[in-house]
Design a binder for this molecule. Structure first.
Ligand code: SAH
Length: 375
């Protein structure tokens, strides 16, 4: 979707690059998504059939129900009933939180009564979230994790679904025996990848022994958020689910732009297409451990949801449904869990204080390690 706004925005970007030189891939992504005038997330609702992409909570209410049940279980295990807070990163339309709150309403009123902290930068999505969640929750919106952690007290229970994939990723490329910054510059006057300077201070997490022209990604904002959140959980207790598409290691070149449910060229419609990347769960795990916390998983979403009882819950819901509703329900379950759809590339991890033991849904079986990685 190349609208007049994205044409003007592309010209602004080209002019800036002509005047001050190439910019990092992470800067390009941050500007395209977050620019206050033209940024993709600033002014629109990108989700659902009328938008550019569909997320798990928008596919079926059972996704939010299962996540809500899971967090209710964690809350009960933690046995710290007083002063807990609920946190969500990038709540989108607020659908996931609404569905989790439905469950808590019946099963865990303590979580429903806890103050709700939403980390969201988009003013238009904040409006939609406010409408979706109504006024019975004591809700505060925050621009970043720092502000949310400063405002919230006590143990934190929460979720981030398709949030980390939207944080700006930098790219590096291996050429002539050295890692170089991969930048966005101009080629024949058009936006294009260009190779920047060799990197002196190479990130230790980058793959050893890379092939010529190998591309790798680093997401310092993701590491930063998990570090702060991990430190907070280590001190206060709690549990935060992280659900995203990605792999348990560096994803390589995973940036993709999507408009109208179709992949588009990364440079074709800046500000009018969503840009995301695969999440490096191994990097998040390292950050969590260094913060005194623990990232459990990741495991594939399909396996996680089945392990925590999605099939049984779907059967129960289907029993009372009309045939058409039942078919739609089964199709939604298939979309969320089958390896050919979201079941495998999407992963679930759990950030908790350091400790041992395997929380439900994360039991590993031989042969399942590192499955579904980027090709
Ligand atoms: N969790 C929702 C929406 C995912 S889309 C769902 O599953 O449907 C990504 C969400 O993250 C949007 O709400 C977007 O506005 C928000 N977001 C993206 N970058 C952000 C940032 N840097 N800080 C805070 N929120 C951000």
């Amino acid at each position: 979707m190349t609208g007049p706004s994205s044409v003007a925005f592309a010209e602004t970007l080209r002019r800036q690059i002509r005047e001050t030189g190439p910019i990092g891939v992470d800067d390009y992504m941050a500007i395209c998504l977050g620019d206050t005038a033209h940024g993709y997330y600033r002014s629109r609702d990108p989700l659902g059939v009328d938008g550019d992409f569909t997320t798990a909570p928008e596919i079926s209410g059972l996704f939010g129900e299962m996540c809500g049940l899971y967090l209710a279980h964690m809350y009960e295990l933690a046995n710290m009933r007083n002063g807990a807070g609920v946190i969500e990163f990038g709540p989108g339309r607020g659908t996931l939180m609404r569905d989790m709150r439905h469950v808590w309403d019946r099963l865990m009123p303590g979580l429903n009564a806890a103050p709700l902290h939403l980390v969201e930068t988009s003013p238009s999505l904040r409006r939609i979230q406010r409408e979706m969640l109504g006024t019975d929750a004591v809700t505060a919106w925050h621009d970043d994790v720092e502000a949310a952690l400063a405002a919230a007290d006590g143990p934190l229970f929460g979720i981030a679904n398709e949030f980390f994939d939207a944080l700006p990723a930098a790219q590096v490329i291996h050429k002539s025996g050295a890692w170089h910054h991969r930048l966005v510059g101009l080629r024949d006057g058009e936006l294009s990848f260009v190779t920047g300077d060799a990197i002196e201070d190479v990130d230790p997490s980058l793959p050893d022994d890379p092939a010529e022209d190998m591309v790798a990604e680093l997401c310092p904002q993701a590491t930063h958020i998990v570090t702060l959140l991990g430190q907070a959980l280590a001190r206060r207790g709690g549990a935060v689910l992280i659900v995203d598409y990605g792999r348990d290691g560096n994803p390589g070149d995973s940036l993709q732009a999507v408009a109208d449910h179709r992949p588009v060229d990364l440079f074709a419609a800046p500000g009018d297409s969503d840009i995301s990347h695969w999440v490096d769960f191994a990097a998040l795990g390292t950050a969590a451990a260094q913060a005194g916390a623990r990232l459990v998983g990741p495991v594939p979403q399909g396996r996680f949801l089945m392990r925590i009882g999605l099939a049984a819950r779907a059967d129960q819901a289907a029993q009372h449904a009309a045939p058409e509703t039942r078919r739609a329900l089964l199709a939604a379950i298939d979309r969320l869990t089958s390896p050919a759809q979201m079941g495998e590339v999407f992963k679930v991890a759990l950030l908790v204080p350091a400790g041992a033991g395997t929380p439900p849904g994360f039991e590993t079986e031989t042969g399942f390690e590192n499955e579904g990685g980027a090709g």
